[in-house]
Ligand binder design. Structure first.
Ligand code: DC
Length: 229
């Protein structure tokens, strides 16, 4: 069995990261959450006053700061999870808030932000044995990935899952806010100029609307084993 790159792409809240993490665990691969990188840059921009009142003040201000943004992932042995660090601080929780979600698609449109993060993602995948989830992994980051999955689920199910997840984490959000955010991000991510969210031609569609997490994982692992052989 050879180590391969597995690319998982799809719309917001369709279960990509849950599946990617579970696949990496099962295959003993590294899991890379590319969305966390865009979220970390967005959080940096918010903290430094570069985005305000629902808008990026000037993309150039963010571009100028890119060399000061250092993102890394560290494994937390007590939770058994990989956590996102921004310039040495653990931002794993704060980057998942709805406030960051509201700005992230705007920040992700910036060409220079994408270039920096795509380079980092390619570096993390250079030794293979990686499961990476995002929007452009199978199209731009690893167009030659041995296995590409396009994860999908119906809209209502996606919104309900994300709403539940945020409530469980203790965030006070309304169902309407989550609905609006998912809809807005899907639109922005699919319509941006730079590497928009799109299904790679050779990606295999995995619709998990009516599958349990275990059923979805079983299907994905079967595909991964086939691709590894
Ligand atoms: O996967 P996520 O919801 O955490 O991603 C957050 C945002 O980051 C998503 O709305 C768009 C952006 N993103 C991207 O543009 N390209 C990626 N490969 C991953 C995420």
């Amino acid at each position: 069995m050879k180590d391969i790159i597995i690319a998982l792409d799809g719309h917001s809240a369709c279960g990509k990261s849950t599946l990617a993490k579970a696949m990496a665990k099962e295959l003993k691969y590294i899991y890379v959450d590319s969305g966390a990188m865009y979220r970390a840059v967005t959080y940096y921009a918010m903290k430094h006053g570069l985005v305000k009142s629902g808008e990026i003040i000037d993309p150039k201000l963010i571009i100028d700061q890119l060399s000061n943004i250092n993102i890394s992932f560290n494994y937390n042995s007590s939770t058994g999870k990989s956590e996102t660090f921004l310039n040495g601080s653990n931002v794993e929780e704060i980057i998942r808030t709805i406030e960051v979600s509201q700005f992230v698609s705007e920040v992700s449109k910036i060409k220079e932000v994408r270039e920096k993060l795509v380079e980092f993602q390619q570096q993390l995948g250079k030794n293979k044995g990686v499961v990476m989830d995002g929007r452009d992994i199978g199209t731009t980051v690893f167009p030659d990935a041995k296995l590409k999955l396009w994860i999908t689920a119906n809209n209502e199910i996606r919104v309900a899952r994300r709403y539940k997840e945020l409530l469980e984490k203790g965030y006070k959000v309304s169902l309407e806010d989550v609905q609006e955010n998912v809809k807005q991000r899907d639109y922005e991510d699919s319509h941006r100029k730079e590497s928009p969210l799109a299904k790679a031609e050779d990606a295999i569609v995995l619709d998990n609307s009516f599958l349990t997490k275990t059923e979805t994982l079983k299907k994905a692992i079967k595909l991964a084993k086939e691709a590894q052989s």
